[in-house]
Design a protein around this ligand. Sequence first.
Ligand SMILES: Cc1cc2nc3c(=O)[nH]c(=O)nc-3n(C[C@H](O)[C@H](O)[C@H](O)COP(=O)(O)O)c2cc1C
Length: 383
Amino acid sequence: MTALRFISLKRCQRCDMSALFTPLRVGEFELANRIVIAPMCQYSAVDGCMTDWHVIHLGHLALSGAALLTIEATAVVPEGRITYADVGLWNDATEAAIGRTLESVRRWSAMPIAIQLAHAGRKASTEVPWRGGAQIPPGDANGWQIVAPSALPYMQGEHPPEALDRDGLTRVREAFVAAAQRAARLGLDAVQLHGAHGYLLHQFLSPLSNRRNDEYGGSLENRMRFPLEVFDAVRAIFPAERAVTMRVSGTDWVEGGWDIEQTIAFARALEAHGCAAIHVSSGGLDPAQRIPVGPSYQVPLARAVKAATRMPVIAVGLITEFEQAEAVVGTGDADLIALARTILFNPRWPWHAAAHFGDQVKAPDQYLWSQPRRYPDLFDIGH
Ligand SMILES: Cc1cc2nc3c(=O)[nH]c(=O)nc-3n(C[C@H](O)[C@H](O)[C@H](O)COP(=O)(O)O)c2cc1C
């Protein structure tokens, strides 16, 4: 098992540096600050292939000053897409399309880039969100037969998934491995496995969606088996010096479902298997969920995982303000914070945060003239 190496770098030359802008080393990986761009589906791919939209979207986020950019949920097989417009990484065409995007983005940004590898399981085959997001049954245009741990639909009345048999599990695991090999070839800096939001790996974890009576269902140990097998298989083939991480839902927010105690057990198992970091989100498995949405609403889940493990923990969810983010990292609730909607709304959020705290960010040469006079040291112009 890969030994965990998690070293908080010294507070550089300046002792007044904010926690948010203190660099962090995760294994071989050095992050310039504690701000991560969360994965965000764009539903703008064609046959799994990224389009010009992804160059624009990822390109502008790569100029934001965050420490790490995470590419959206990327399906490892076509039937693992949430929608027909999801990005994939299952053949040469989808790999080449990501390659073209990365070539453009990397020409202008040195920001490390991770990819989230995913399979949507029973939540696959839906319409894109801005057209309602409803399930598309097999046989209809843009629809297909979905698979899951058990033949239980996400919503009552939906076309049910087929339960994966032994061969099906092997095919899914091998698809994650093949996609991770392609990710390695693309030079991506890290792989995040999507074990959250009610998608396939989470469907195995939760007793609400996993009703199997073989060794992949029942006890917590059995429910964790398939996600851990996928993790191990990906970890084994992805270059050892690059991180493999997992995103989890800390709770289903449903009585009798996946909860924080089980998440901690899973996090400990992942850590023992060489997981480089864990990203703690929540929900998405069951329409009966009742989420107490509000600022930092998922931070207590991250804090609980942080208290029980040694690997870096990423908190996410309605973190919108600079001091709020600073408090999450500064009090030790989590090592990193991730931004999704906030950074879409304000793509230079990290620049503004650095200005607020008197810290520094990298800015592209073309934009150096934009440095406000009142922040004469904002841009780190060391090449
Ligand atoms: C447009 C959009 C797309 C998203 N796509 C993904 C995704 O591909 N994978 C994932 O794990 N979460 C996805 N999420 C969830 C976010 O990563 C994040 O966990 C959530 O939005 C809460 O963070 P926020 O309050 O900063 O937006 C998406 C969120 C948004 C807004």
